[in-house]
Design a protein around this ligand. Structure first.
Ligand SMILES: Nc1ncnc2c1ncn2[C@@H]1O[C@H](COP(=O)(O)OP(=O)(O)O)[C@@H](O)[C@H]1O
Ligand SMILES: [Mg+2]
Length: 258
């Protein structure tokens, strides 16, 4: 099967600094790939390049075999690249429910004919309700997004991405800043997406236990370069990962020493 998403020699320079350096990698439908590496390795920048938030200095991004390198973020979102942001990206003065409904509506518009738009208003609300329930936010449907605590904002971002019904789901440290009891909600959701078997899921995550339990494959970035790529157990045990994580996640390193 051809990959859904692929990068070829993807590179971006910020002045003299090469943040993503010739990364070639392909992602397939029905798989969850964890992208790991120390802080500053280029993980978020790699996501920004694939989702079109940043334009590459050189190299290509392909979606379903088409070169989408010239497309911006909106065009790529339209083509099915979904991104839950590390930095909050909501309509703060709209309610939680409205934020998700707008996403469902945007998705509906992309798919629907003009005639069907009228009849689908109810569907958008139903869809928004469905995704709110999935992230456990039904109870705050009528709260302004701006008033949500941090963890709920992160959950709302995930609901918005789901309502856009993308082909590719990109999660950049989705549980960062969440309280312990909120984390399983997001992880269960990602697990459910994965169980669907048709989505292409990319996950940047620091917690190695989470990576181990969710990933089919681990890609390691270090200094902007792809330095390891393979089965989780194999990659976690590799010297390059232990080196990359020294001082970063000593527990993960110790664990692989047995
Ligand atoms: N817009 C930017 N301008 C200049 N440097 C940047 C920019 N975005 C990221 N960087 C640099 O690129 C490197 C990779 O950053 P990032 O992708 O955020 O790493 P990670 O997500 O792996 O922690 C860092 O050195 C960071 O300072
Ligand atoms: Mg990052």
């Amino acid at each position: 099967m051809p990959p859904v998403l692929e990068t070829r020699d993807l590179t971006i320079r910020f002045g003299g600094h090469v943040a993503v350096d010739g990364v070639s990698c392909a992602f397939h439908a029905g798989t969850l790939t964890a992208i790991v590496g120390p802080n500053g390795a280029g993980k978020t920048t790699y996501f920004n390049l694939m989702s079109g938030q940043l334009a590459a200095t050189s190299g290509q991004t392909l979606l379903d075999g088409d070169d989408i390198s010239a497309l911006g973020a909106a065009g790529r979102a339209q083509r099915g690249i979904g991104r839950a942001f590390q930095i909050t990206n909501l309509f703060p003065n709209l309610t939680v429910g409205e934020n998700v409904r707008l996403a469902a509506q945007a998705r509906g518009r992309a798919k629907a004919s003009l005639l069907s738009l009228w009849s689908s208003h109810r569907d958008w609300i139903a869809k928004a309700d469905h995704y709110l329930e999935e992230v456990n936010l039904s109870g705050v449907r009528d709260t302004l997004a701006a008033a949500l605590p941090h963890g709920d904002k992160r959950k709302l971002e995930v609901a918005i991405m789901m309502a856009l019904e993308p082909q590719v789901f990109m999660f950049d440290e989705p549980t960062a800043g969440m309280s312990v009891d909120e984390v399983p909600v997001i992880l269960d959701l990602i697990r459910k997406l994965k169980a669907d078997g048709t989505k292409t899921i990319l996950l940047v995550e620091h917690k190695m236990d989470v990576v181990r339990s969710l990933a089919d494959r681990i890609v390691v970035l270090h200094n902007g370069r792809l330095v390891a790529d393979g089965e989780p157990a194999e990659v976690i045990a590799s010297p390059v990962v232990q080196e990359a994580y020294l001082g970063q996640a000593p527990k993960a390193v110790e664990a692989t020493h047995g």
